[in-house]
Design a protein around this ligand. Structure first.
Ligand SMILES: *Cc1c(COP(=O)(O)O)cnc(C)c1O
Ligand code: SF4
Length: 387
């Protein structure tokens, strides 16, 4: 079912125009109730006035008008539960604020930074972790903030990987975004660029041929997008991803584990396998951050690990992302994985280690004749001084 018929009189040209989609984003109860039968929980959620609400007509057309459990609807329309506090909720759930050496820059690692270029998005995800910014509390990122950020990256030669994010950078026009990316590309020590955007999911018409070609010229640049459910895997979304890949821009996808939306192995196997056939590589599966107002969407830590265990052996290894937890103290991300070691861990012992395969059977893995892992040639290749 596609609700596009509920936008009567819209021409195909308008529908395929990303600016038309942004201008006509649905923002409140009156607009949304023309599309779906709103529940009392949704009406009270829309009245909360916390994180902004906006839904592009394209994404809104994917909602199930009758079933409030629809994962597209749940990502786009707030519930009353967004107003409730959960234990451990934080305004800054991944501890970014103490790590902002410039307003546009978040730096938790020596070699990588986030570079924020906007506080707005085509669709505000109800699980947004950066909602203190996308909620509009901070204000927009003007030219001065971007210039200050560029100056920071220029002055820090250790920074080798810059993730342009926000908000969603693709709400900016090519004329505004490309100079920022070009400014970063012109910094000799910046090796890799990433562009974090949900446009392929919520505004696929934004990914034009011209944009794909421009991004290819900035290689190595990876587009990192954010698909959460197979309902989002439309022909338009596929075309947007394939436009990028066909132009030579690699595309990765990060999903957020959302309780009751995509928190089963069946849903995620379907999502990740299909993305892989689009040549979109599942990169991270994120444990939900402790963002205030998202407690109802969070899973226990063990749920993600259990899902990974079910995926291993069932789907292509290329379709299995890392399970990432962004720690609330600001120290960065770690990854969790099922433990396949038997009793005694990886220490080995008399003649080897016991491992447990994805079927739960014990398999012996023998120790090699030597445990010395130094590489003698390193000193030749790198020079003795660099170890
Ligand atoms: C997630 C993140 C990165 C990138 O981490 P990777 O594991 O390299 O993808 C870098 N900086 C910050 C602040 C982040 O939150
Ligand atoms: S697109 Fe990203 S930044 Fe924007 S609301 Fe969704 S999760 Fe937050």
């Amino acid at each position: 079912m596609d609700l596009r018929e509920r936008f009567p009189g819209v021409t195909e040209a308008d529908w395929q125009d990303w600016r038309w989609q942004l201008r006509h984003a649905l923002r409140g109860e009156a607009e949304l109730e023309r599309l779906v039968a709103l529940t009392p929980e949704e009406r009270r959620g829309l009245a909360l006035g916390g994180l902004r609400t906006a839904v592009t007509p394209y994404y809104a057309a994917l909602m199930d008008p009758a079933h409030p459990a629809c994962p597209v609807r749940r990502q786009a329309i707030p519930l009353e539960a967004e107003g409730l506090a959960s234990p451990g909720d934080l305004r800054d759930p991944t501890g970014e604020e103490p790590h902002r050496p410039a307003r546009a820059v978040v730096r938790k690692y020596p070699d990588r930074v986030l570079f924020l270029v906007t506080d707005t998005c085509p669709v505000y995800c109800r699980h947004c972790t950066r909602r203190r910014i996308t909620g509009g509390e901070e204000g927009a990122f003007d030219r001065a903030a971007v210039e200050e950020g560029l100056a920071y990256v220029r002055a820090h030669p250790e920074v080798r990987d810059v993730i342009v994010s926000g908000g969603d950078p693709l709400v900016l026009s090519d004329d505004r975004l490309l100079p920022v990316l070009e400014g970063l590309r012109a910094i000799p020590h910046v090796r890799v660029l990433r562009l974090a955007t949900r446009a392929p999911v919520v505004l696929p018409m934004r990914v034009t041929e011209a944009l794909a070609a421009a991004l290819r010229r900035l290689a190595p640049l990876f587009v990192v997008t954010h698909f959460n459910h197979p309902k989002e895997l439309t022909a338009e979304a596929r075309a947007a991803c394939e436009r990028l890949v066909d132009h030579g821009v690699p595309v990765e996808s990060q999903a957020v584990l959302l309780r009751g939306l995509n928190s089963t192995a069946r849903v995620l196997a379907d999502l990740f396998e299909t993305l892989l056939t689009w040549r979109v590589r599942p990169y991270y599966l994120h444990q939900g951050d402790l963002a205030a107002g998202t407690g109802h969407l969070r899973t226990p830590l063990g749920a993600g690990v259990a899902i990974l265990r079910q995926l291993r052996g069932r789907v292509s290894g290329l379709a299995i992302p890392h399970l990432a937890v962004d720690l609330p103290d600001g120290s960065g991300k770690i990854t969790l994985a099922p433990d396949y070691t038997g009793r005694g861990g990886l220490e080995g012992g008399a003649g080897g280690t016991w491992l447990v395969n994805h079927r739960g059977e014990r398999v012996r893995y023998p120790d090699p004749p030597s445990a010395d892992c130094r590489c003698e040639y390193d000193a030749v290749w790198y020079g003795a001084d660099r170890g």
